[in-house]
Design a protein around this ligand. Structure first.
Ligand SMILES: [Cu+2]
Length: 157
């Protein structure tokens, strides 16, 4: 008896909470998303792992350095972090992007006529209203094909 009434209470609480979450989602909001432009790096020596023979896609986004005199090889990839941004239609979105690796990253968001440049050690602020729904690619003009992301704008309630 106690158990089933507890379950019923928790269920109604859950319904109330999800209703509140839906109400929040339906309202346009100011959203600030903190991002970084980074280069993920790794490396090892040929005595531990052989140098990969397959190669990587063309472009400056990926780098695979052949073994040096000591047999050490390196691999790296430039990326936006995070690279998936989900907002609601109507939100006023601010991206605050810190350049950590790489001198400069010229960025664009397709379909939004938004462009910006991120420089190492500087915080670049990009503000726009997410007025169109859909999935929009954002990318760095220099570091392809790795430095891409998706802006996902969900339909308003
Ligand atoms: Cu870049």
């Amino acid at each position: 008896m106690f158990k089933s009434s507890t379950t019923a209470t928790l269920l109604s609480l859950g319904v109330a909470l999800s209703a509140a979450a839906s109400a929040d989602l339906a309202q346009a909001a100011k959203r600030t998303i903190t991002m970084v432009a980074v280069e993920a790096k790794g490396g090892t020596t040929v005595d531990k792992e052989p140098f990969p023979t397959a190669g990587l896609p063309e472009g400056k986004g990926y780098e695979l350095e052949a073994p040096n005199a000591e047999g050490r090889w390196e691999v790296s990839a430039y990326r936006w972090e995070p690279n998936q941004i989900i907002v609601n239609q109507g939100d006023e979105v601010t991206l605050e992007i810190l350049g950590v690796n790489g001198a400069e990253h010229p960025g664009v968001i397709d379909g939004y006529d938004v462009s910006f440049t991120v420089k190492r050690g500087q915080l670049t602020t990009v503000t726009f209203t997410a007025d169109k729904t859909g999935v929009f690619e954002f990318r760095c003009g220099t570091h392809q094909p790795s430095m891409v992301g998706e802006l996902i704008v969900l339909a308003g309630g």
